[in-house]
Ligand binder design. Structure first.
Ligand code: ADP
Length: 355
């Protein structure tokens, strides 16, 4: 297992001097880590993954696999296993022939190949499937063959580019746990690309939340969820409410912030410079906003509209002049447009967004 170091890596498409980098990052993936690049479409996730793979060259910066500078090393000499969204299997070959592919390229002898192929298929739960044709398998099984093909070469680095996006929701959930288990058992460092925040939260040791080509936050799923560093991260992960307010006073690790007409004590980063009177944004998770009578509420307003979404409801609320879209985790809340509404914040509910 090795760490992957991206040292001031950037990629600018196009030759013009005015072109701005599509992506620009600086971070290290620890050895054995399951590390996810998460962000909306077009934020540069695939570009970044392809640079780690060696399919495209960075415009600036250095990529290191442990002590090895691989910035100019071709993909096939980097020791990577790769899994693609569309599986990229050879449809006319059997499962075993597909898995054997990387071993053949590396001139591994037939005697050694066979037990390794069987072991890889076992790892992904496809033992005994070696002689099947690819077109006889379901989408989920095909993706597991692609995973077996990637790990059979015992790669130091496993790269996965949205491998679950062609599967239906239920199969996605089953397969994501399996990918995670296979990665840990194979003792490889993994970089995983997805635009699905729930998937990233479920699978990752750490997540890099990317937008506009930069990493807004690189942290554990818990940190990214509970302590988002930017309003973008707060909204993108778990659909947080972001509410503007004004700092009234500061305590150790918390701040009293005026939100609408009420004051609420919310968490903050201890090292964050803040002073009374400062305008801030507060991230509040849907599950920590409780609808209550306007009399004993921390936030008060008038409902403009209500949308039922099953596990949550989305309310458009005029919070004393500030229009807010508030997601609440009590979807059956009995309110209609024009009603006065109050929200109570659970203890430790809010978080002052540092940037
Ligand atoms: P993501 O994987 O997050 O959806 P990509 O890395 O595929 O994002 O793309 C990031 C941006 O770079 C997009 O705006 C895309 O249009 C642009 N881009 C990607 N590949 C090329 C290319 N070969 N030439 C020019 N622009 C590209």
């Amino acid at each position: 297992m090795i760490p992957i170091q991206l040292d001031n890596i950037s990629k600018t498409y196009g030759e013009s001097a005015a072109a701005v980098p599509t992506v620009s990052v600086d971070f290290t993936v620890e050895q054995g880590e399951f590390f996810t690049l998460l962000g909306p479409s077009g934020c540069g996730k695939s570009t970044l993954l392809r640079m780690i793979a060696g399919f495209i060259a960075p415009s600036a910066g250095t990529i290191r696999f442990a002590d090895r500078d691989v910035t100019k090393t071709p993909a096939h000499k980097r020791g990577i296993g790769m899994v693609f969204q569309n599986y990229a299997l050879f449809p006319h070959m059997t499962v075993a022939e597909n898995v054997a592919y990387g071993l053949r390229l590396r001139r591994v002898s037939k005697d050694t190949r066979e037990p390794r192929i069987e072991r890889a298929l076992q790892r992904v739960g496809l033992e005994g499937y070696g002689k099947r044709r690819i077109d006889q398998l379901s989408g989920g099984q095909q993706q597991r063959v692609a995973l077996a093909r990637a790990i059979v070469i015992e790669p130091e680095v496993l790269l996965l580019d949205e491998p679950l996006s062609n599967l239906d929701a239920k199969l996605r959930e089953e397969t994501r746990m399996q990918i995670r288990e296979v990665q840990k058992a194979a003792e490889t460092t993994a970089v995983y690309v997805t635009h699905d925040q729930a998937e990233a939260m479920a699978m990752s040791d750490r997540i890099a939340v990317l937008a506009g080509g930069r990493a807004h936050q690189i942290d554990s799923p818990q940190k990214v969820y509970n302590e988002p560093t930017t309003a973008f991260v707060a909204r993108f992960i778990g659909r947080s409410n972001v509410i503007p307010g004004e700092v009234i006073s500061l305590k150790r690790g918390t701040a009293v912030v005026r939100l609408g007409s009420g004051d609420a004590e919310v968490r903050r980063h201890a090292a964050m410079p803040l002073s009374a009177g400062e305008k801030v944004e507060v991230s509040i998770r849907p599950e920590s906003l409780n609808v209550t009578s306007a009399a004993d509420a921390d936030l008060r307003g008038v409902v403009r509209s209500r949308e039922f979404l099953g596990s949550t409801a989305v309310l458009e609320v005029d919070l004393e002049g500030v229009e807010q879209v508030i997601t609440v985790s009590t979807p059956n809340v009995d309110v209609a447009a024009g009603d006065r509404i109050g929200f109570a914040l659970g203890a430790g509910a809010g978080w002052v967004i540092p940037e």
